[in-house]
Write a protein that binds this ligand. Structure first.
Ligand code: FAD
Length: 306
């Protein structure tokens, strides 16, 4: 069993910021990252980042490059390919796919994953979750596209793609959109766009280079099948907390529940920061970095008291 003062799980904006703050406040830390590279969602951001004051960045990789060059990270022990697998709140142990730790403190910064539609798991026509409907919209020029979802991201994506695609079908599971008026008003003005209400995809097969979606709907006027060239699911995300949520407490979307200092409900020595604690509405780089500061500062103050 390895002792560490602060163990950080997750190498995205939140985890890396926490490591920098550990250095700043004189705490030693080890950072584990499940994949073989650091950055998390930063590696997927293709848009211009202008809401992390005072700097702006061309995209996520530009920001990540600067972040990884930060002097404080040079002293941090970073272990890629190592995944948080379980915790024992009472024994204060953390198990990964590689070893068992006995940390004084654990900071969970494992971010979110996109929700999946099982019927689409093997279709080559599905666009990646991080497909940018602004920067990459022209790649669907002249195509038939299905966008799935009823929130802001689905509505925005459908609007952006309808300007280039031959047709866009927006498949909405309920009978209304959750998206803001900004997007719903635009949707109604786009002639190439059709909304299929109360509709779900139950199967997907390949035929003559197209994806044939089998649809299930409460509406009589919804077609039983839809042939498309590209499919863009935009059905939200869930917190990466499967291995710990039972022990620590999470909501229905896997977001870990915390107090104002980012301490989890289930164990005072475990903190959760960034997207895994924030929910989609508040997911942001600024908050991830800010919560890292708050959690590490709280740990530092408690360490001094002990
Ligand atoms: C396309 C896109 C554009 C965006 N644009 C902006 C923007 O302009 N401005 C803005 O403020 N925000 C933006 N965001 C949101 C922002 O990127 C996130 O809020 C932020 O990156 C969250 O950081 P995080 O560290 O909490 O999570 P993540 O970046 O998701 O990092 C979590 C890390 O933990 C790792 N991990 C997962 N499970 C485990 C485990 N069990 N053990 C160890 N490691 C694990 C993951 O591999 C990942 O590296 C955008 C997001 C996307 C996808």
């Amino acid at each position: 069993m390895e002792y560490v003062q602060v163990l950080i799980a997750g190498g995205g904006m939140a985890g890396l910021s926490a490591a920098i703050w550990c250095e700043r406040l004189g705490l030693s830390c080890v950072l584990i990252e499940k994949t073989d590279r650091l950055g998390g969602q930063l590696t997927q951001i293709r848009n211009h980042i202008w809401d992390l004051p005072p700097r702006t960045y061309a995209d996520g990789p530009a920001l990540l490059g600067e972040l990884l060059a930060h002097d404080a990270l040079k002293n941090v022990s970073i272990r890629c390919g190592e995944e948080l697998a379980a915790i024992d709140p009472d024994r204060r142990t953390v198990t990964t796919n590689r070893r068992t730790y006995h940390p004084d403190w654990l900071i969970i910064a494992t971010g979110v994953s996109h929700n999946q539609i099982p019927a689409l798991a093997h279709s080559p026509h599905v666009l990646q979750p991080w497909f940018s409907t602004t920067a990459e919209a022209e790649t669907v020029s002249g195509m038939d596209v299905a966008v799935i979802g009823g929130g802001d991201r689905a509505a925005e994506s459908a609007c952006n793609l309808a300007r280039h695609a031959r047709s866009v079908h927006l498949l909405v599971r309920s009978n209304h959109l959750r998206a803001r008026r900004q997007w719903t008003e635009q949707l109604s003005r786009l002639p190439s766009l059709t909304i299929l209400w109360e509709t779900e995809v139950v199967d997907c097969r390949e035929e003559a280079g197209k994806a044939i979606l089998t649809l299930r709907s409460a509406r009589a006027d919804t077609p039983a099948a839809l042939a498309v060239d590209r499919i863009l699911p935009r059905i939200g995300v869930h917190g990466n907390s499967d291995s710990v949520k039972k022990a620590l407490g999470a909501d229905d979307h896997g977001y870990l529940l915390t107090d104002p200092y980012q301490q989890t409900e289930g164990a005072g020595w475990v903190y959760a920061i960034g997207d895994v604690a924030n929910g989609a509405e508040y997911a942001s780089l600024a908050l991830a970095a800010g919560q890292a500061m708050k959690a590490v500062k709280h740990i530092s103050l408690q360490t001094k008291e002990q």
